[in-house]
Write a protein that binds this ligand. Sequence first.
Ligand SMILES: *Cc1c(COP(=O)(O)O)cnc(C)c1O
Length: 379
Amino acid sequence: MNIPLCKAHIPSQAFENIYKVLSSGKLSGDGSFCHIAEEKLKKIFNIKNALLTSSCTHALETAMLLLEADYQDEVILPSYTFASTANSVIVAGLKPVFCDINPTTMNMDPSDVVKKITPRTKAIIPVHYAGVACDMESLLKIGNTYKLKIVEDAAHSIGATWQNVSLGTIGDMGTLSFHDTKNIVCGEGGALLTNNEELAEKALIIREKGTNRTQFLRGQIDKYTWVLRGSSYVLAEPLAAILAAELDLLEELNFKRQHIYNYYISNLNTLEKQEKFTLPHIPKNCTSNYHLFHIILNNEQNRNALMEHLRSKGIGATFHYIPLHTAPLGQTFGYKVGDLPITEDFSKRLLRLPLYPDLDEQSLQYIVEEIHNWCDKNL
Ligand SMILES: *Cc1c(COP(=O)(O)O)cnc(C)c1O
């Protein structure tokens, strides 16, 4: 058996689209497939502006530049996230301030966010872990009270909702990822979502190396020039062509993921009842896109032992994230082990199981059996 943690599903339409792009000879970005994919995103998300970028990291960097904050102004984000969330803050010359999480969802804890606010705080970045919404009601209130921008890192959560609103469209800006490991893929890619026209206009400039080239191409001005601090964040056309095909499968692929998620839940819940580990929980006002499946063991030793057992059986079980505040770069910001106890505790006990649309029933059965075998023997 060799069951990976995740595996992209590439539709045949993607091959046709790629052929079209290569035949056209126009490979740079902001071309016709880019526009098709952006229109699809606007429809799916019911949002006024969707800008494709070369990655979610770059969409986050754009969002941080759009804050127009002063050097070393602060942005609050969870420590329990991928390095990109924090990098975007640093690259824009701002200071990352890490907060703790709510262990039920692994999402940022609003009560800890409030504790971390200072006169220099400019924004909050909620990361919707595994495709399940952060406590947006509390975070929106905090944003309003303290006049902070909300930038949702929705890299995990395309197609998921909170109170029937798509994640990534609740705050001032939202970012998506189309990296191979996410629900919708194009290799490397991302998007910035916003209903704010002024931010969208500026984002177009930031994405085009700080020039107003996009307005020029659209005939809005007669020559283009350098106007803002920016970078090169346009998604190349061959990748947009894959994305345009892939986006049509959003519901179908998320539905397949749901089936796998439910299989795990119904076949592992006896072990949860015996308190061998806990299963994930989706709050009432949320729908998930089933981005990933995780269980929480009682301690690190058991987590590592079960992970090793599954790996020895060819099952790509893994853990993440090493909390950013205890990582080498995080510590240079003055953080140390012990600062965010819930994040540190749960990151040591969390185990991810394989989840991807084409994971078949036979493999699922095998994974579940191996978990039962190991728990019966060891816990
Ligand atoms: C994957 C991921 C990113 C980065 O996405 P890229 O498209 O690879 O830049 C950012 N944040 C989170 C939470 C992610 O999981």
